[in-house]
Write a protein of this length. Structure first.
Length: 122
């Protein structure tokens, strides 16, 4: 059950984030997230990475998304580790597929379980 509940909750939060960002406050929200990300806030780095990856409120830039997810993953933030692992698994701009690296990140993020807890944003 946990296997499906966490991805569902993360997808719902992504949808809420996307609708909030699409509002008139998009520029202010993007600026706020950029400031927090610069200060090392892992949640902001991950959210900003999703925005860049999807092109939501910001120009689509998978390389910038990977850069931000790497910063958050290096601070042991599980959500970023999962997103980065899936990027390594699929291979996206700037990353060649690397199943070994994906496996390592999935295990770090999921307490030793080799299973993603959220799908890569589309």
């Amino acid at each position: 059950m946990r296997r499906y509940l966490i991805p569902l909750l993360l997808l719902l939060s992504l949808a809420a984030c996307d609708s909030q960002v699409a509002s008139a406050d998009c520029d202010a929200e993007c600026d706020r997230l950029k400031i927090l990300a610069r200060w090392g806030d892992v949640s902001a780095q991950t959210a900003l990475g999703r925005m860049y990856f999807n092109g939501t409120g910001l120009p689509k830039d998978e390389a910038e998304a990977i850069f931000l997810w790497n910063k958050a993953a290096a601070q042991d933030y599980a959500s970023a580790q999962n997103l980065l692992a899936q990027a390594y698994l699929c291979g996206v701009e700037g990353l060649k597929p690397d199943k070994a690296k994906a496996h390592e990140l999935f295990q770090k993020a999921n307490g030793g379980e080799d299973e993603p807890s959220a799908p890569l944003p589309e």
